[in-house]
Every structure is written in C-alpha cells, then in structure tokens.
Design a protein around this ligand. Structure first.
Ligand SMILES: C[S@@+](CC[C@H](N)C(=O)[O-])C[C@H]1O[C@@H](n2cnc3c(N)ncnc32)[C@H](O)[C@@H]1O
Length: 252
C-alpha cells in the first residue's frame, strides 16, 4: 500500500497520511507568535523544568567542533539551553518544518546573542538534508508526535547521528500516577482549549495538541519503536507522574 492509500490520526480525527503534515503546519502557523507564552500558561511554567531536566540528560561532547541537531526545534528552547551550558563549546543546528516557528526562534536567538553558534534549517524530519554521521547528538522535544511517519524520522535520526552518538526525545506520555489521570484529562480537554481561545483566538489548534498527546504511544511502545529504528540501549524516564517522558537511545 502506498502512502496515498493510508490513513493516520490528526488529533482524534482520521485523515489520509499524506494530509497530516499540512494540517500540523497550519496549527503551528497559527500559534507561532504566541507559542512560548502559551507553553508557560498551559503548563504553569512546568515545561521549563522538563526541558532543563531533558538537556541535563544529554551526553554532549566537550569539543569545539561538537555538532548538535535539535529537530522540530521551533522557537529554540532546547537549542538555547544547550548553548548556555558552560561545558558546551560546539554548535547547534535547529531544524523545523515551519518557517514561522523558526522566525520566532531567530529573533529570540538575536536578542540572547546566541546566533553565532546556531544555524536554522527549514526541513522535514522525515527527510533530513544532512549526510550520514553528521551529528554527535540529536534531540527532539514535543515534536515527534506531530510527525506523520515517526518510523521514517527515527530512521533518519539514526542515519545522521555518528556512531557513539546519543538521541534524546522529550514527549508527552501516558500518566501512570493513580488519580492524576482524571485531573489531567479534565484540565487538558476543558481548560487548555479555553486558554488557547483567549490567548491566540484559536481553540482548535489547542484541541489538536491535547488530542495528539492522547494518540501518542505509551512510553514502553515508543521505546520499542526507538529500538526498531536501530538504536541501542533504549531507555526512558517519566516526569510528573508520566505526563511527559524522556527517551534515550544510542547509535552504536
Ligand atoms: C510543539 S512544537 C515543539 C517546539 C520545541 N521543540 C519546544 O519544545 O518548544 C512542535 C514543532 O514540531 C514542528 N514539526 C512538525 N512536524 C515536523 C516535521 N515533519 N519535521 C520537522 N518539524 C516538524 C512544528 O513546526 C513545531 O515547531
């Protein structure tokens, strides 16, 4: 079966696989200008702690020539954290399919005087425009669930990482703390679209974000996908009762 005959989900809707990417792109075109503010409002600032923890788990090389790739890098949150680590002297490439998200990232980088060690690439994570073994480390935060063909993106990440390089993924996951699931559901399905409506005028975009979280595989299943893509030593740790998980794999 070719892609034109396959379906996938876009939030809770079923859509042709080939249509998903432009639906996702519409969401992020709409929210780009308010994306960072919304992250703070929706998570009560928690996303900052998750991202700090995420970056602290990355085994970055300490050489001047170290090359890090941040996929679905959006407005730069992960890349900036990496560049601000005192022991990191290398460069970071931010790749995202959405020019509006990258434009916000570029502005923020200039304000923080970080642009010198950064490059911005507009491309699809399913078809990375890099040679094999180009990067020492690779991250993707809150991005992989938006990618229509996750297996293709994982295979590409494996290809562009050098041997010995680490892949780290931060993504929403399955809540495992008894009782938290009900509170989290009520908050996600009722409060988040309302906050989205108030701040961006677009409740639908935030309904998609909430629904897409529920469609994403549980941490155990996603770890198996990472292993299938060829990564060694797949592991994950849950944060905040499983609201998010950090996945790690190595190209050995
Ligand atoms: C929820 S944002 C995450 C941004 C950032 N990593 C963060 O943690 O704040 C998801 C990002 O994934 C990007 N994206 C969606 N599909 C993509 C694809 N196929 N390839 C690359 N980026 C993609 C979107 O444009 C958006 O910027």
């Amino acid at each position: 079966m070719d892609d034109r005959q396959k379906n996938t989900h876009f939030g809770f809707s079923t859509v042709p696989l080939e249509d998903k990417q432009h639906l996702v792109d519409d969401v992020f075109h709409h929210v780009a200008a308010r994306y960072d503010l919304m992250n703070d409002l929706m998570s009560g600032g928690l996303h900052r702690l998750w991202k700090d923890r995420f970056v602290s788990k990355l085994a970055l090389p300490r050489t001047r020539r170290a090359r890090h790739l941040d996929l679905a890098g959006g407005t730069g949150d992960i890349a900036f954290r990496i560049l601000k680590k005192p022991d990191y002297t290398g460069s970071v490439t931010i790749l995202d399919i959405n020019g509006d998200m990258l434009a916000v990232g570029r502005d923020r980088a200039e304000k923080q005087r970080l642009q010198g060690k950064l490059s911005f690439i507009e491309a699809n994570a399913e078809e990375l425009p890099f040679a094999a073994n180009s990067f020492d480390t690779c991250t993707i935060a809150f991005g992989i669930r938006n990618v229509p063909r996750i297996d293709k993106a994982l295979a590409e990440i494996h290809r562009v990482l050098r041997h010995g390089g680490q892949f780290l993924c931060l993504e929403f996951s399955n809540v495992v703390l008894p009782g938290l699931d009900k509170i989290y559901d009520a908050y996600s399905f009722h409060a988040i679209p309302r906050i989205g409506q108030l701040v961006t005028g677009d409740a639908e975009a935030y309904r998609y974000l909430v629904e897409s979280i529920r469609q994403f595989p549980a941490a155990e299943s996603f770890a198996a996908m990472i292993e299938t893509a060829g990564f060694a030593r797949p592991s994950f740790s849950r944060l905040s009762g499983g609201i998010v998980a950090i996945h790690s794999g190595w190209k050995l």
